[in-house]
Design a protein around this ligand. Structure first.
Ligand code: SF4
Length: 67
């Protein structure tokens, strides 16, 4: 079974919040509204919505890599 690596490029993120709206189990927003991956969920936690969240981000700040 392959694992995933989910990350957010904080230099690119504009705080649109789409990742959090799409996959709230994996993403959260900091106090400034920028997206972050919830602690311990850098592998996506098996949530199929992480790929949807990557697509939903308007600036492609969410990266989902295999392995
Ligand atoms: S959807 Fe993209 S721009 Fe918006 S908070 Fe998430 S990572 Fe940042």
């Amino acid at each position: 079974m392959s694992s995933l690596r989910v990350s957010i490029d904080s230099d690119v993120c504009i705080g649109a919040g789409q990742c959090v709206l799409t996959a709230p189990g994996v993403f959260d927003q900091d106090e400034d509204g920028f997206g972050l991956v919830r602690p311990g969920l850098g592998d996506g936690g098996g949530d199929p919505l992480v790929r949807e969240a990557a697509r939903a981000c308007p600036v492609q700040a969410v990266t989902v890599e295999e392995g």
